[in-house]
Design a protein around this ligand. Structure first.
Ligand SMILES: *Cc1c(COP(=O)(O)O)cnc(C)c1O
Length: 387
């Protein structure tokens, strides 16, 4: 995974820092183009997974569209060079000022999550003398079989419009003169490793597509969201998710009408495996029943383990010759008991100064960092700069 040249350069750097393997990232984007875009699918990259300008530049070069969930992300996408006509704006709580950013830039569409939001967008568009293009985010009530904090498509989630509200919406639409309904949108959750939930989503989407068609709406966009998972336990052997199987699931089970485009919004699967958090062992200590390794990265740099009980592989990347394995709780320096990366984790014996890579951190890693405990800002390195 890491070249000797990279490992050498890591020794002189202040840790912790994020490292991105742009070669792997480009290969991942190639696979998305080969198996998805080549079929005519529109793939939006979900900026919230990682909005670093260097990452966005690669996404733009690969020709993907953008999926934003805040006004700030819409601005970042445009600054970095995405055409506004390729930007979808989702999110359950868009402020008026954020909606205005979308309107001013004439973005592709707003993915609308409530009846009230439709009315607000209509009103703001009317003030600007504009027609806002919208897709309705409908809650398909499909269980993504993933962690409860990252499942989003069940009836009781805060996201999306429930099917029971559709009759009201159909009644309301004729009065919304500044709204053009161009599509329907779904997003059932994240880190979905099985294809079955996506198949179920397709079947629900087909039914809902008919409901709109029968009401006389001509939808051009069917947006099935993102959520495809990555293999956190084998970052080396599964560096690129199986996009062929993923896109084939939709090709097989989703019925599009001749005037319809299929849109996706992928975040984690695009960038997740391309990032690592590089950290040093500060101290080791032997407890009563456990060995602890205290590292210089904490939940402030990578919150996923504390927030979602996520397990990332941790590898020693400095010299480790002749060491036998030992079990550790690998913990960060933050004053919170949840600041734990792994418990009872088997790894060659650790020593102060060892350099470790916490793998599969490209998505929802750096973007979620905080300055809690007044932690110092950390650095970012890209494989292009250091060989
Ligand atoms: C987060 C999110 C995505 C991306 O999800 P991944 O699991 O990273 O692919 C796509 N669409 C919406 C609406 C989202 O909120």
């Amino acid at each position: 995974m890491f070249s000797n040249y990279q490992l050498d350069s890591f020794k002189d750097r202040t840790t912790p820092f994020y490292f991105y393997d742009l070669n792997l990232f480009r290969k991942t984007l190639d696979q998305i183009n080969e198996h998805g875009v080549s079929k005519g699918y529109h793939v939006h990259y979900a900026l919230k997974a990682n909005s670093h300008p260097r990452i966005l530049n690669e996404v733009i070069k690969a020709g993907l569209s953008a999926d934003c969930v805040s006004g700030g992300e819409v601005e970042r996408a445009i600054e970095c060079g995405f055409s506004p006509s390729k930007i979808a704006f989702a999110g359950v709580g868009k402020r008026d000022i954020e909606i205005e950013i979308g309107l001013e830039n004439n973005i592709l569409c707003f993915n609308v999550e409530s009846v009230q939001e439709l009315e607000v967008i209509n009103e703001l568009a009317s003030k600007n003398n504009q027609i806002a293009k919208v897709a309705l985010r409908i809650n398909p009530n499909v269980d993504a079989n993933t962690h409860k904090y990252i499942t989003t498509g069940l009836k009781e989630n805060k996201f999306g419009i429930n099917e029971k509200d559709l009759p009201d919406i159909f009644e309301l639409f004729p009065s919304l003169k500044h709204i053009e309904l161009i599509g329907i949108h779904f997003h059932i959750g994240s880190q979905i490793e099985e294809l079955e939930p996506f198949k179920k989503l397709c079947l629900r989407a087909n039914e809902l597509n008919e409901v709109f068609e029968n009401k006389g709406y001509k939808l051009t966009i069917i947006n099935v969201g993102g959520g495809f998972g990555i293999n956190y336990s084998s970052p080396d052997s599964s560096g690129i998710p199986d996009f062929k199987k993923f896109f084939e699931t939709f090709e097989k089970h989703l019925t599009l009408k001749s005037h319809q485009q299929l849109h996706f919004e992928l975040g984690r699967s695009v960038v997740g495996q391309s990032g690592s958090l590089i950290t040093r062992v500060l101290y080791t200590k032997t407890g009563i029943e456990k060995n602890f390794a205290i590292i210089d990265a904490g939940m402030t740099e990578l919150i996923r383990p504390a927030l979602y009980q996520a397990k990332h592989e941790i590898q020693i990347i400095s010299d480790q010759s002749g060491r036998t394995n030992k079990q550790y709780d690998i913990v960060g320096p933050i004053c919170e008991s949840s600041d734990v990366f792994r418990t009872d984790y088997e790894i060659p014996e650790l020593k102060r100064g060892d350099i470790l890579a916490i793998r599969s951190c490209g998505a929802y890693g750096e973007v979620m960092k905080s300055r809690y405990n007044l932690r110092h800002e950390i650095g970012t390195a890209f494989s292009d700069e250091i060989g």
